[in-house]
Design a protein around this ligand. Structure first.
Ligand code: CA
Length: 646
């Protein structure tokens, strides 16, 4: 209680300081000071820190420049040449471009009216029995009324749905991607965005990821099938032979997806990659690009990251990676199934990144505001998953112990990998099944259905697991019941389902029956109540994130009555789940603590059994970002010691 009081005092103090700053802005000298801060406010914190180092102004840097919506693409070119910079890549549909320039010119560039944000072209790295335990097998056979009212059987395997995999490439000749017909590969198209001029997978990450989403079993019941084994794969290679990439490469690939989505029926985008979150998702160029894709009707699934423990093995909070920090993405953490189909023994892995999100913005008064969103949205099995091994890949070459069966020919080889990278394509595959079954589902409905039907794992809080462990059987059953004639014009509170009654909110898998969460994570709280499953909520439609149904002001949050129905309730605290519905369990942290512009959960604040790291740790000076990558690699290879691998 004393903590709460002190925190309230600190928040008031921060608000007072903010108010003082605003009042002071009226006088002339302060107005000039405000003008000086305008450029830093549009510069990423790590870029600003570099700029302030002595002698750094002449260094040439690669940055991503985001333009305001109204600015034509070539507008900056004359300014850039005056500043000694040049455009290296344009991402026309994303309103962004990659630029190199002297570091000292970044401030002048950010100060331009047509520029909304400037951030470094950071390095991106791979964050690094499934069909039965996730319920994908149970969801395969769906009957539906056909001609003359005769029930027809549909086999859900992702047929017709395109999944774009932005990763280290796909070995398209691996048997896992055999299309069955005329021996054609299901890898429909491959593009390289790394500059290495190849689209196969010398690193070995992307092939494994793609096979978890859409790999085909090589023999009946061999246990290595992906969740949507007949989906079409779009191979967009953004990570190089060493598993590294850049923000500009990811943006180029996302821009390509927007241009080509109709041609290949791309409905799902898998991002098993990330970089430390530095600026707020509102400024982060990859998050902004993800938002454009979701607004265009694409489901974007992103890894939470593998930074759930520090170098000493301590559990830490607040290390969800970008773009997993973007509210409109479906952010996935890694659970451990212990290689058994029943789910009562499942746990969140030690390494899976935990929320809240810690991207930040500094306001004109110098007050730092953290995003503090609850993430991940879901967890899925990610510990020691078996999947396709790209021929001659580096991960397997360096870690032969990952080989599942060395006697298999190279084109059929299977290997183990662990991480939120592996959990992410489980959910991407689930989204493909949902969209094959009910193609009219919006990205927000896909996300809501996945969360409403997830299983909260007992003993883990929402910063660890979001709404819970993915449940494909339940998600397909609920998604199947959703009306096919919903649109942006559907009024708030209209019936959501085509059926008279909602499906029974429980699922039986591996011989055990569990309750659905029946709730959804919404920015800094979560929502629950039967109306989420029976009535149309405006946040299910296009152009909004689910969390936009929550109104926030002055340390209080409530349902926005124009976007959600009156029967929807919001949670008052992040809880440690008891294993039933979302929000049932023991108090972990009051959701109030996530508000107040993020000033409450400031730097280095302890949260429960771990701690939220301060921004000193997140500043991307290269060394620490590299450290995060190393942590990711270690999770990739070893997973949790308690893996219980077969
Ligand atoms: Ca299990």
């Amino acid at each position: 209680m004393r903590h709460l009081k002190r925190d309230r005092f600190r928040r008031r103090l921060a608000l007072c300081l903010l108010a003082l700053g605003l009042c002071a802005g009226a006088s002339d000298p302060a107005a000039r000071a405000q003008a000086r801060t305008a450029a830093p406010a549009k510069l990423a914190p790590d870029l600003l820190a570099r700029l302030r180092r002595a002698g750094a102004r002449q260094e040439r840097v690669s940055v991503i420049v985001q333009l305001k919506q109204t600015s034509p693409a070539g507008l900056l070119d004359p300014v850039l040449s005056l500043l000694g910079g040049r455009v290296t890549r344009r991402f026309g549909r994303l309103g962004a471009q990659a630029v190199t320039l002297p570091l000292g010119a970044a401030e002048a560039l950010a100060a331009r009216g047509e520029v909304s944000f400037v951030s470094p072209d950071r390095a991106v790295s791979a964050a690094g029995h499934v069909t039965t335990t996730t319920g994908a097998e149970a969801a395969r056979a769906q009957t539906r009324p056909g001609l003359l009212g005769i029930e027809t059987l549909t086999y859900l395997d992702g047929s017709g749905v395109g999944i774009a995999v932005l990763d280290s490439g796909i070995d398209a000749g691996h048997d896992s991607f055999d299309g069955g017909l005329l021996g054609l590969s299901r890898v429909a198209v491959s593009r390289d965005f790394t500059g290495e001029g190849r689209t196969d997978d010398p690193f070995g990450h992307g092939t494994h990821v793609a096979s978890i989403a859409a790999g085909r079993a090589q023999s009946q019941g061999d246990g290595h099938a992906g969740v949507a084994p007949n989906a079409k794969l779009i191979n967009l290679r953004v990570l190089d032979s060493g598993g590294r990439g850049s923000v500009s490469g990811v943006l180029a690939a996302l821009d390509w997806v927007l241009a080509n989505r109709t041609l290949h029926n791309i409905r799902v985008v898998n991002l098993s990659l990330g970089t430390a979150a530095v600026e707020s998702y509102k400024d982060d160029p990859v998050c902004q690009a993800v938002r454009r894709l979701v607004d265009a009707g694409l489901v974007v699934v992103a890894a939470a990251g593998n930074a759930g423990r520090d170098a000493q093995g301590n559990k830490i909070y607040g290390q969800v990676h970008s773009p997993g920090v973007e509210p409109s993405a479906i952010t996935v953490g890694a659970s451990n199934s212990f290689a058994t189909d029943p789910r009562s023994d499942d746990a969140v892995t030690s390494y899976s990144s935990r929320g809240p999100t810690r991207g930040r913005r500094t306001d004109e008064a110098g007050v730092v505001h953290y995003d503090n969103l609850i993430k991940p949205d879901l967890v899925a099995p990610g510990n020691r998953l078996s999947g396709a091994a790209a021929r001659g890949n580096r991960l397997l070459g360096e870690h032969p112990e990952l080989n599942y069966d060395a006697s298999q020919p190279a084109a059929r080889r299977i290997m183990y990998l662990s991480g939120s990278s592996m959990a992410t394509p489980v959910v991407a595959g689930a989204a493909a099944l949902l969209l094959q079954d009910n193609p009219r589902l919006t990205p927000n409905l896909v996300k809501a259905v996945l969360m409403l039907t997830a299983q909260p794992l007992a003993g883990f809080n929402q910063f660890e697991q979001g709404a819970g462990l993915v449940n494909v059987e339940g998600a397909v059953r609920l998604g199947h019941a959703v009306r096919g004639d919903l649109s942006a014009a559907t009024p708030l509170g209209a019936p959501l389902l085509a059926t008279d009654a909602p499906p029974a909110p429980e699922t039986t898998l591996g011989g055990e029956t569990f309750a659905w969460s029946q709730g959804i994570i919404m920015h800094r709280t979560y929502a629950f109540g039967p109306e989420l499953m029976t009535l149309y909520q405006k946040v299910y439609g296009p152009g909004l994130a689910l969390g936009d149904g929550v109104a926030e002001w002055a340390g209080w949050q409530g349902v926005d009555a124009s976007r959600m129905t009156g029967g929807v309730a919001l949670g008052a605290a992040v809880v440690s789940a008891e294993g039933t519905t979302l929000g049932a369990g023991a108090l972990f942290l009051a959701t109030d603590a996530l508000l107040g512009g993020g000033t409450l959960l400031g730097e280095g604040v302890m949260v429960g059994d771990g701690f939220v790291t301060g921004d000193g740790v997140l500043v991307g000076d290269g060394v620490l970002v590299g450290d995060t990558c190393l942590a990711a690699q270690s999770a990739l290879v070893r997973g949790d010691e308690s893996a219980g691998a077969p």
